[in-house]
Design a binder for this molecule. Structure first.
Ligand SMILES: *[C@@H]1O[C@H](CO)[C@@H](O)[C@H](O)[C@H]1NC(C)=O
Ligand SMILES: *[C@@H]1O[C@H](CO)[C@@H](O)[C@H](O)[C@H]1NC(C)=O
Ligand SMILES: *[C@@H]1O[C@H](CO)[C@@H](O)[C@H](O)[C@H]1NC(C)=O
Ligand SMILES: *[C@@H]1O[C@H](CO)[C@@H](O)[C@H](O)[C@H]1NC(C)=O
Ligand SMILES: *[C@@H]1O[C@H](CO)[C@@H](O)[C@H](O)[C@H]1NC(C)=O
Ligand SMILES: *[C@@H]1O[C@H](CO)[C@@H](O)[C@H](O)[C@H]1NC(C)=O
Ligand SMILES: *[C@@H]1O[C@H](CO)[C@@H](O)[C@H](O)[C@H]1NC(C)=O
Length: 243
């Protein structure tokens, strides 16, 4: 105890750690142990961080590679978009060409545009296809509708009195034709237009609606309810162009 006190008195400036290295043999061993431990730790830490650096370098390279891959993909997609735009434009142009040829036929070297295609009659905002087929080509209501749909139209839906009298007027009374199918038939006990609306003016067609009945237009006689599987002429309608 006395020796220790003396030592601490002789070196009052030295701190606790330094003084512990001046201790007797076992303390000196502890001191060396600590030093070795610190060195081992430093070596260990530097090895670990070296490993981490290697890992990070590898990861950076991987990310760089991935980035390159994405860039290539981006380039590819951009190219694809451009190709699609080109073919979209080609499609638009060919559709415009079709419309011009259909609505503005060439007459000598002049083009004259009509609101309806050849063979279709214009009236107000519609084009009407009067299919006054002879007996052998006449169709059931369904068959007539299919024909209209094939011509990018539908059986005529009549919206008001003006159109009704036009349809009636065009329901030409020709030998072998009883009447013209229009887009009106009974569905679920109600008269329904092919555009999904109900018939609003019940005086337009006499009799109570029975499923399996469809409407024909007869010149000067208005609409009549007949069996849908009868064969008749038919009237298609499509929207007219505005010029
Ligand atoms: C890098 O280390 C992480 C964990 O720290 C590990 O998930 C990953 O697989 C390592 N990468 C490489 C390339 O060794
Ligand atoms: C672009 O992608 C398509 C489909 O993923 C592939 O078929 C084509 O080979 C790729 N082109 C290039 C240049 O990578
Ligand atoms: C094609 O036509 C549509 C309109 O029908 C238009 O919106 C579109 O931008 C056109 N596309 C191209 C590539 O011209
Ligand atoms: C009748 O309906 C047609 C569309 O089918 C429309 O163009 C016309 O303006 C309508 N007329 C009246 C008087 O409502
Ligand atoms: C048509 O009329 C029927 C019966 O009156 C009704 O149940 C149905 O909701 C109507 N449909 C439309 C689209 O107005
Ligand atoms: C129903 O139709 C008849 C005949 O076309 C017409 O005289 C009458 O005004 C119409 N009624 C309504 C409410 O539109
Ligand atoms: C319509 O006619 C077909 C055959 O011509 C017949 O089987 C069917 O019962 C008729 N439907 C109606 C509602 O009269």
């Amino acid at each position: 105890m006395k020796v220790e006190n003396k030592a601490s008195q002789q070196t009052p400036d030295s701190n606790d750690k330094k003084s512990s290295c001046n201790k007797s043999f076992p303390s000196l061993a502890t001191c060396w142990g600590i030093l070795i431990l610190i060195m081992v730790l430093r070596i260990y830490i530097s090895t670990v961080s070296e490993k981490q650096i290697t890992n990070l370098t590898a990861e950076t390279q991987m990310l760089r590679k991935k980035n390159e891959e994405l860039e290539t993909e981006k380039k590819n997609l951009t190219e694809q978009i451009q190709q699609m735009m080109t073919s979209w434009n080609d499609f638009n142009v060919s559709r415009a060409q079709w419309s011009i040829d259909a609505y503005c036929p060439k007459d000598k070297n002049n083009r004259r545009c009509n609101v309806c295609q050849a063979g279709w009659l214009p009236f107000q905002s519609g084009c009407y296809g009067i299919n006054d087929a002879g007996r052998p080509e006449q169709k059931t209501w369904e068959g007539a509708r299919e024909d209209c749909i094939g011509k990018i139209s539908d059986l005529a839906v009549v919206n008001n009195e003006t159109e009704k009298s036009y349809i009636s007027d065009k329901s030409w009374n020709i030998q072998g034709i009883k009447g013209y199918w229009i887009g009106l038939r009974v569905e679920g006990g109600n008269w329904k237009w092919v555009d999904g609306r109900n018939l609003t003016n019940s005086t337009w067609i006499p009799g109570s609606p029975t499923d399996g009945q469809c409407a024909i237009s007869v010149q000067n006689q208005g609409f009549k309810s007949v069996n849908c599987s009868e064969k008749n002429a038919w009237i298609c309608k499509k929207k007219a162009l505005t010029l």
